[in-house]
Write a protein that binds this ligand. Structure first.
Ligand code: DGJ
Length: 787
């Protein structure tokens, strides 16, 4: 709900409030972003000064009013606010001062102007779709548009707020309008700015690289500026755009911010010596400019902000609910994601149709639901050096073409998917030979390559039309329901031959990409889209406006994935996080991990398999069948449940839980084991306190190879643990990992229960929890009265 009283703007949500007011000098003063407060006189919330300030005065008569000491709703530059400005404008003569004052507002409910309200004439509403910007559905949202104007320079800045009460979410963006006759250049235009009095904040962001995406970084906010951003042309695995601010006091206050965008982005948090904190987010200002002629306007990508007083998990849950319900493609909201078998790590480029069909049959018999044919099916693509752009079938691998292969896949009762990398082109490709001008590169300069490939110029409408046509034809000719869209290098040598000016070429590339995605996938709502960019190089909200899930990382080692998936969970829902069980030792880390842990980690999100199924032993086959059956029984919990990260008191533990409809699954993961591990406590939150539940360990096999020489003592027969006989035995015989089962009230579960001891170095028995290095268990919780 938005209420406006005496030029105070009250944005009231289910559990949070956001307030600001007009000052006597025409600026907007930020008052409150925090828990829901009843509407009232905001005086107690104002920053108060009773003495003359050391800053600059805009009115010599008012010696207590200085912009540098105010909490502002949006700032500009030139009148004494010396904090980082969210807006930089330059006129042809080089001048840059902008002095914005409040001019009026419009209030919209369900996109209709609220009658009798608002004091700016005309319809100022914005159609994000027609601007090519991804935006959440506005169902249930109220919109507030505040117009700020510099009458001297004839520039307007519209602050736009979409208020989603049910989700405790505010989506913000800004539009700059040239009201004059002289053109000017926007050098920086942030979508979001927020001034807050500091609460000993820390900032949390995600950083990494290929294979180690989304590692969490938390640091206390200190005087100065912390900034994080990407200039790779993607949202990037180096610095994801999500930001949290976490209060260091006891309040539990936490703020989340994330831009709905897939290109260069910028976020900063600064603190000045008066303990005032400023956060801003938007398009990265480096290598970006936008010239606006008379009457023209420019709207930047939208940002999602949310608040919770339930620490970081509260913020994550707000993000998850909102993304699932308002941002993701309509046809796939709350739609169960299938269990995919993907052939990539099993075969890489080296496969035949026969091999794929063998994998598909095995996948089907295990319970997988969809066969995803990855890279290498087209052109002469037997390695990564060629053929991107030539999406016609590789006749050596599929002598009778693709359609008969896919018919066989669907004939097995599997759905089918296909891999493409449409934004890229190999120099060794028919497309490049025919159209070298399709490449994003400066004419005459040799462009850098990444994975032997160049980038197509998506600013060029001809290239976009070509992609839309060729992809549409490809997809329509096959009985597929799933597409994996890959993108395996960052942008370099960025220059488009078709743009008159290169000033916003990076942004135009991203808008071009959105245009292609919209034209290909909107008319084909039966196609579920999995985004991928060398793993998680483009894990962002822009992509999630088109895709139902994103491949998180090429690093499928479950212990590495604990960090990656946990990092992503801060900002993105489990329904979007694509995880596969792969082989052990892992092909990138050489770490040996139990099959149970590979599944237990991958199940928190969207489960798939990606190992060579033809190499599995009979027991592994049984184990995977059981895993898939278990996942299917709890799929909604894993994909759409209320996910939270539990604070593990022990350094060698990671604990996750997901709750839905008063049922839960908890994952307890051990990174490195230790000798004589002290007791483990497991708690479950978010259940009804007085209801009774059964908590039970998910049964899983304990493969004999885990025991090493200890097996001599655990088995009734003496056997050489390095011998052939043992290897055979290991394939066919296993022990059952310890299962615990308790009945307890929700309150007791919240308090935590003490688990049976882990192996203490001798005297193995069946009730001992055998975790060791990289061991893990899942626990299910069901209401007693439902059993
Ligand atoms: C990178 C992706 O992350 C992998 O899953 C796989 O699709 C390869 N590209 C194929 O080239």
């Amino acid at each position: 709900m938005i209420e406006i009283r005496d030029k105070t703007f009250y944005l009231q949500m289910r559990r949070s409030s956001y307030w600001f007011e007009l000052t006597e000098h025409g600026h907007l003063r930020h008052l409150h972003y925090g828990p829901l407060l009843p509407i009232q006189d905001p005086t107690p919330l104002r920053l108060k000064y009773t003495q003359e300030l050391s800053g600059l005065l805009i009115d010599p008569e008012d010696r207590l009013y200085s912009l540098d000491h105010l909490l502002l709703e949006y700032s500009s530059f030139g009148k004494g606010d010396f904090r980082e400005s969210p807006l930089e404008i330059e006129w042809p003569d080089g001048r840059f001062n902008v002095d914005l004052s409040y001019a009026g507002y419009r209030h919209y409910r369900n996109s209709e102007p609220v009658s009798e309200e608002g004091d700016i004439p005309g319809d100022l509403s914005i159609d994000f779709l027609s601007l090519g910007l991804p935006a959440p559905d506005q169902e249930g949202a109220e919109t507030l548009l505040i117009r700020l104007v510099d009458e001297f320079s004839l520039i307007a800045v519209d602050l736009i707020y979409l208020v989603y009460s049910d989700f405790d979410v505010i989506v913000r963006t800004t539009r700059v309008v040239n009201l004059g006759t002289e053109p000017f250049r926007i050098l920086k235009q942030m979508s979001f700015m927020l001034d807050l009095p500091n609460r000993a904040f820390s900032h949390l962001t995600l950083h990494g690289l290929w294979g180690k995406e989304a590692h969490v970084s938390v640091a206390p906010l200190t005087v100065g500026t912390f900034s994080s951003g990407a200039e790779t042309g993607t949202s990037s695995n180096q610095h994801n755009p999500g930001l949290m601010l976490l209060a260091g006091d006891e309040s539990g206050y936490a703020y989340g911010l994330n831009i709905i965008y897939s290109g260069n982005h910028y976020t900063s948090v600064s603190l000045n010596s008066m303990n005032l904190c400023r956060v801003q987010q938007g398009l990265h200002p480096s290598r970006f400019k936008k010239t606006l002629s008379a009457g023209e306007s420019f709207t930047v990508p939208l940002c999602i902000a949310t608040f919770s007083d339930n620490f970081d998990n509260g913020v994550s849950q707000n993000f998850h609910d909102f993304i699932n319900a308002r941002l993701m493609p309509f046809a796939f909201r709350e739609k169960p994601r299938p269990i995919v078998y993907n052939n990539w790590e099993a075969t890489f480029f080296d496969f035949t149709e026969k091999k794929l069909l063998s994998l598909a049959k095995r996948a089907k018999s295990l319970g997988c639901e969809l066969f995803m044919l990855d890279d290498g099916w087209f052109g002469s693509r037997d390695d990564d050096k060629r053929s991107l752009g030539d999406y016609h079938v590789n006749k050596k691998k599929f002598p009778r073409g693709l359609a008969p292969f896919y018919d066989k896949i669907t004939g097995l009762g599997l759905e089918a998917g296909i891999w493409v990398e449409p934004e890229m082109i190999s120099e060794d490709s028919d497309l490049y030979r025919a159209h070298p001008e399709y490449v994003l590169a400066e004419p005459g300069r040799t462009p850098a390559t990444g994975r032997h490939q160049l980038v197509l110029d998506l600013c060029n409408p001809e290239v976009r039309d070509y992609l839309v046509k060729s992809l549409s034809e490809l997809f329509d000719a096959l009985p597929i329901t799933y597409v994996k869209w890959d993108m395996n290098r960052n942008l370099s040598d960025v220059y488009s031959r078709v743009l008159g000016s290169q000033e916003d070429v990076y942004h135009q590339y991203v808008l071009g990409l959105y245009d292609v995605l919209r034209r290909v996938f909107t008319p084909r709502p039966h196609l579920m889209l999995e985004m991928c960019s060398s793993g998680g190089n483009r894990f962002d909200l822009g992509m999630l406006s088109f895709a139902s899930l994103i491949w998180s990382s090429d690093d499928t080692d479950p212990i590495e994935r604990l960090k990656i998936q946990e990092g992503l969970s801060y900002f993105y829902p489990p329904s979007a996080i694509s995880n596969h069980v792969s082989s052990s030792p892992h092909q990138a880390t050489f770490r040996t991990t139990p099959l149970s842990t590979r599944f237990n980690v991958a199940s928190f999100g969207v489960l798939g398999y990606e190992l060579d199924l033809d190499l599995l032993g009979p027991l592994e086959i049984k184990e995977i069948r059981d895993q898939i059956e278990f996942y299917k029984a709890h799929r909604e919990l894993f994909q759409f449940g209320r996910f939270s990260r539990q604070k593990a008191v022990k350094k060698n533990k990671v604990i996750w839980q997901t709750v839905r409809d008063d049922r839960a699954v908890i994952g307890l993961f051990q990174t490195l084991g230790m000798a004589l591990e002290p007791f483990d406590r497991l708690s479950v939150t978010g259940l009804e306190p007085d209801r009774f539940y059964v908590i039970e360990t998910k049964p899983q096999r304990l493969f004999l190879e885990r025991f090493g020489e200890l097996i001599k003592h655990a088995l009734p027969v003496k056997i050489n643990p390095r011998g052939f006989a043992f290897a055979q035995l290991n394939k066919r015989y296993s022990l059952q990992d310890a299962v615990e089962r308790y009945e307890a009230s929700g309150k007791m579960l919240q308090n935590g229960m003490l688990l049976k001891n882990q192996f203490l170095g001798s005297y193995y028995n069946e009730e001992v929890r055998m975790l060791g290095d990289f061991g893990s268990s899942l626990y299910t919780v069901m209401p007693l009265d439902s059993l």
